[in-house]
Design a protein around this ligand. Sequence first.
Ligand code: AMP
Length: 466
Amino acid sequence: MAEKKKKAAAKKEVAKKVLKKTATKTSKKTKGEEKPKKKKRIPQTVRGMKDILPQDGKLWRHMRAVADSITNAYNFEFVETPIVEEALLFSRTIGRSTDIVSKEMYAFEDKDGSKLALRPEGTASIVRSYLNNGMLTLPQPVSMWYYGPMFRHERPQSGRYRQFHQFGCEIIGNKDAVADAQLIVMGYNFYKDLQIETNVLINSIGTPDDRERYIVELVGYLRSKRSYLSEESRKKISKNPLRILDSKDPQDQEVVAEAPQIIDWLSEKSKTYFMKVLEYLDELDIPYVLKPTLVRGLDYYTDTVFEFVDANNTVKGLGSLGGGGRYNLLIEQLGGEPTPASGMAVGLDRVALILKKKIEKGEFTPDTGKLKLYFAHLGEPAKRRALYLIEELRRAGIAVNHHLGKPSLKAQLEQANKAEVSHALILGQKEMQDDTIIIRDMSSGIQEMVDQKKIVREIEKLQKNM
Ligand code: AMP
């Protein structure tokens, strides 16, 4: 017994010592922590890249919804390709001597040494996918659309970023001029649905043969005016003379104004083709402006090229809102069978800048549907029923805003007001007893009590009448 007591006392002594040690250690630590802490640098977004913030969320969803509805109406299928591709895909199609490939492409080596790139545009990837996945065996043409980020290492400024977003459409396997006209109409209607009036600038750059003959003439002319050109353009005379045509430098523009025009060098076939595109646009009442200096910066275009610009110049110096053209040679360039194709791409960041300006001026409201609901409840049983009813509405495709963690009905209704909903659904104790629910019109304050079982039908009725 005495032995046991001795052992217990020894254990206690050890425990005491341990406690003491930890106590001094902790107090030392606390003292140490009192010293001013070094503040960690919070990582920032990379230059030229930006967050799309919650306050702009509605706008971006709205643009996406319009893209969805336009492509649905014209029967285009959605595709998504990887952001990272083999660098070769772009150098072989867009062209090694273009600014996009030679200066702006985010190209890097993977761990195994393979040369990769962040995609600078969408068309080359879609065509690669068409070839990789044997889409040639599908009924032609294959009409596809995409939506997502693109990357170009450009000098950032308003409306020009290093990561930007494009919505684009491609028609592969249709050689008819009507395909070009349809893509122009789709782009035009995309902006129109967003209440942006655009001008369509259009030109034809013919076949590679036409272009070769024209380039000989153009280079001769540019050489004769060499001393009047900007330094940048002088370098381009032998490398990429066509790009001088769309130089923004006023010095170059004076020279370009007198330059030979590509339209005069088109073969009869290309001329007739171009006339057809214009006739279809006339038929569809799409206003266009012929722009002989429009060549676009990518090597893969043939015949039709076009761009969209904001007719009202809402945001100064924004540049083009979108563009596209026919690319009959691209599929062959990638190793496929000769296949005619054309496409267009819309730059969404510039559209967002215009829409934000319009929202500021009260000229535009992102439409996320006129009917907007908020579900307010009082008490635990009502919360459970609310969960069930919200699911039932969601299954019927009706979205409901709510904050089921907020116990106060008043606070919930305040939130409904802030969210600017059109109607609140209110489920209190009395309604729980009668299996009813209140639908309150938030602008007039008029309330209607309906059977909970009929909630979906009642909301659908409201939707129809709005
Ligand atoms: P592109 O393929 O260069 O003609 O680009 C099509 C559209 O994408 C342009 O009309 C712009 O609206 C948009 N875009 C191109 N580059 C940028 C960029 N660096 N930042 C923002 N938007 C861009």
